[in-house]
Design a protein around this ligand. Structure first.
Ligand code: GUN
Ligand code: ZN
Length: 440
């Protein structure tokens, strides 16, 4: 029998497990944080693709029940900086940023001139995100208009929250990867009209980084942002020391690398800058005043030997920080692996990253920084039902560790440090299962 759509049974699903999300920003170093909302052995209620509530009592028989007791249920992760075409160059040996771009990255990005490559790449990429527990992302496409289109189409088919845009790059790259100011502007405007604000999709003006855009192109990007303040902006800043020297040569009038973007009006509350390792106190003030956020990419920073991001300095300055994989500079789409790398980066600078600050930055914190806190990142009533179900432990080492973990932070930290995509049981987007492990 087909039930009419209005029947409660069609769309009411209840998921039992240990629910973990955040109600507020945890303080750095605080292990007993009031912002942590842990509801052991509870039910996550989902109706019509939205979170309807959470409760400890078993819901009545009008709910379709899914028993994952003994498992962890988290909001889907938000990866705020990742490159779709770079899955193919993940784990490429031996170079730092500028050589890595030329040797590995630009060749795979050039292949996206072919729309069928772009379409296949976009689908494979989004499915890979989902298979790692990431349900929303801010993504770099390539310079080709078709690559952004392919990502928007693939995300729309899956109902995912996705922010992307065509890369802007009019110099210092192979000719087949360069656009020009006029064509790039036309492409951006077309893409914005077609996709920005459609369902769960949003457009990000995406200059790759200062060295590959002329000043005229950066000015055009800034003008787009000023004309529509609902647009996002994404780029890279202060990642690598050779890169910084190059930017100083290319933009001799700028006070700093960041100042190149500030002068063109690219810093605003919807701007996400990846890395920000080599910033000074004045740069941090500029970021904080403009509401610009930083995406900390620890796996990439370690792999490319870029440097150690100073998270506490960003917090002290009042800058929002999220955590991102930056694949293919980063070596894993797994947010847990990136958070563990983040812990190690902070430890090298004498700081300790708690599981709370880390997981908050990958869920509610990232969502709020993107202005999407009412939609993703938590189990607040009315949010979209984007959530993932995880095993607490896979394999004998993690199982043994979990057995002796005493308080909550110890347990969740061990989970964060020892888990990865193998722990993922299922990913739900707007209440639909989009990934399920074979042995779930
Ligand atoms: N800076 C400019 N482009 C890139 C990129 O693709 N990856 C990283 N990590 N840094 C960049
Ligand atoms: Zn990047």
């Amino acid at each position: 029998m087909t039930l009419p759509l209005s029947s409660p049974q069609v769309n009411r699903h209840a998921y039992r497990g240990d629910l973990l999300d955040f109600t507020a920003t945890p303080r750095w170093g605080q292990l007993d944080s009031p912002g942590v909302r842990f509801q052991p052995d509870s039910w996550l209620l989902v109706g019509d693709g939205l979170i309807v509530g959470t409760q400890s009592e078993e819901p009545d028989s009008s709910w379709d029940k899914h028993d994952h007791s003994g498992r962890l249920i988290l909001p889907g992760f938000v990866d705020t900086h990742v490159h779709c075409p770079q899955l193919e160059v993940i784990a490429s040996y031996g170079t730092e940023l500028l050589d890595w771009l030329t040797r590995y990255t630009f060749p795979v990005e050039a292949a996206y001139a072919d729309p069928s490559v772009a379409r296949l790449g976009a689908s494979r990429f989004l499915d890979a995100l989902l298979a790692h527990g990431t349900t929303s992302a801010m993504v770099f496409a390539t310079v080709h208009k078709g690559s952004a289109e392919a990502l928007f189409e693939a995300a729309a088919r899956r109902g995912m929250r996705l922010i992307t845009g065509k890369v802007l790059m009019d110099r210092h790259a192979p000719p087949e990867l360069c656009d020009d100011v006029m064509q790039a502007e036309r492409d951006c405007i077309d893409l914005i009209e077609r996709w920005h604000g459609q369902g769960r999709l949003a457009y990000a003006v995406s200059p790759r980084f200062a060295p590959t855009s002329s000043q005229a192109q950066l000015a055009m990007a800034g003008a787009l942002c000023r004309a529509d303040q609902t647009l996002y902006m994404q780029t890279h800043v202060a990642e690598n020391r050779d890169e910084i020297r190059w930017v100083a040569e290319l933009f001799p009038n700028a006070r700093s690398y960041l100042d190149v973007y500030a002068r063109e009006g690219l810093l605003h509350p919807r701007a996400v800058l990846a890395h920000g390792i080599w910033l000074d106190a004045q740069d941090r003030q500029v970021l904080a005043r403009s509401g610009t956020q930083l995406a900390f990419c620890p796996s990439s920073n370690l792999f490319l030997g870029s440097g150690l991001f100073d998270w506490p300095a960003a917090i002290d300055a009042g800058i929002a920080v999220s955590v991102a994989s930056d694949v293919g500079g980063g070596t894993s789409l797994s947010i847990q692996r990136n958070l563990l790398d983040g812990y190690k980066v902070q430890a090298l600078s004498g700081h300790r990253l708690s599981a709370w600050v880390a997981l908050h930055a990958a869920t509610r914190g990232a969502a709020e920084a993107l202005g999407l806190g009412a939609e993703i990142g938590s189990f607040d009533t009315g949010c979209m039902a984007d959530f993932c179900i995880w095993d607490w432990a896979c394999g004998p080492v993690a199982q043994a560790r979990m057995q002796v973990a005493r308080e909550l932070h110890e347990r969740v930290f061990a989970w964060m440090a020892l888990s990865d995509e193998r722990n993922l049981v299922a990913s739900h987007v707007a209440g639909q299962i989009l990934y399920q492990r074979d042995s779930a």
